[in-house]
Design a protein around this ligand. Structure first.
Ligand SMILES: *Cc1c(COP(=O)(O)O)cnc(C)c1O
Length: 342
């Protein structure tokens, strides 16, 4: 049975071109700064994000924690959206490893309102922790792949910058946002002091994410990464795949977006499914199946028919289009979903 796997874009396998690049990669000890392939990837990533320097990290989670630890001291407070990845899905790393206090603020469709951030910031008072960092997620995963616009980034920066608060962009899927907004990715990273993006999601590299920022920032981040055990030796093996990901896999993300839209249009016509088309902006779909007996039941039924997806909560299912899923697979998935609804 052909499986249509819509659980996540993290299931994407490395391309043949990546495997060939691994064979050819020039290698060295990256902790000594001597891996030419890694040096090339870090240069490319920094330039794409409009930052001075970049650092390869093992995962998006490591990239976010390295970024947060580099910006803060123990006891500082970090503001983030209440449904964000850094707050919900990173094993409490900021508290466990950084001694940081999370200050979650609910956004609107995943986007923080500047006035709510302003209210959340702690003033000078002997009782208060120091608000040191704002984390912004783009695209917002839990909200359904919503793209935060350059204007929204600018409005948030205008609130935090004058108060000396830093801004970190969790841009795991920031290229998806840039494509959806039809803008250069630099317009989304400009306001951020640091950016993390994933090579291992839609971009299809097997392993790795990048942290980008100023030269001084990345120098400190490199040391934090080493402390967390993330100093790697002949990491050019991984960087070779990352280079192909950046050169060849960014533009094709629009295919994932087109497939997500087609899938959403099909779902919108089905009885018992409720989906907000305005929120289908990139490659993530979140839809309500409360009319069908809840998400877990529907996910199990679909699994039996070869369509894989994940429940988001008791009433919502998440589907993520990716390179392993073709336009024909989307038609097939829709057919199977219709069968389950019968
Ligand atoms: C996937 C993801 C991460 C973490 O990446 P991993 O490589 O899975 O650790 C961080 N932030 C967001 C928004 C993500 O979607």
């Amino acid at each position: 049975m052909k499986i249509v796997d819509l659980r996540s874009d993290t299931i994407t396998l490395p391309t043949r071109e990546m495997m060939e690049a691994v064979q050819e990669a020039e290698l060295g000890d990256d902790v000594f700064g001597e891996d030419p392939t890694m040096n090339k990837l870090e240069k490319m990533a920094a330039s794409r994000m409009g930052k001075e320097k970049a650092l390869f990290v093992t995962s998006g989670t490591q990239g976010n924690v390295v970024s947060m630890l580099t910006h803060t001291h123990h006891g500082d407070e970090v503001i983030m959206e209440a449904q964000s990845h850094v707050f919900l899905y990173e094993v409490g790393a900021m508290a466990a490893l950084g001694g940081l206090m999370a200050h979650p603020v609910p956004g609107h469709n995943g986007v923080l309102r500047p006035e709510d951030v302003e209210t959340a910031i702690r003033g000078e008072n002997i009782h208060f922790p120091k608000t040191q960092l704002l984390c912004v997620e783009n695209t917002h995963n839990n909200a359904g792949g919503i793209a935060v616009t350059p204007q929204e980034m600018k409005a948030l920066a205008a609130v935090v910058k004058p108060r000396g608060i830093r801004m970190h962009l969790d841009g795991a899927r920031v290229f998806n946002a840039a494509i959806a907004l039809n803008t250069d990715v630099k317009n989304l990273t400009k306001e951020a002091d640091s950016v993390m993006f994933c090579l291992s999601k839609g971009l299809s590299a097997p392993v790795g994410s990048m942290v980008c920022g100023s030269e001084a920032y990345i120098e400190r981040a490199r040391k934090v990464r080493k402390m967390l055990g993330g100093g790697m030796r002949q990491a050019g093996i991984l960087a070779a795949c990352g280079i192909v990901a950046l050169e060849k896999m960014v533009d094709r993300l629009r295919e994932d977006h087109a497939n997500a839209r087609a899938l959403a249009e099909g779902l919108a016509e089905m009885k018992g499914i409720s989906i907000d088309m305005e929120k289908v902006q990139t490659n993530i779909l979140v839809f309500d199946v409360s009319g069908l007996g809840g998400s877990q039941k529907v996910v199990s039924e679909l699994e039996k028919k070869g369509v894989r997806c994940l429940p988001r909560d008791e009433t919502h299912i998440r589907m993520v289009t990716n390179r392993m899923v073709s336009a024909e697979d989307i038609d097939r998935a829709l057919e199977k979903i219709r069968e389950v609804l019968l």
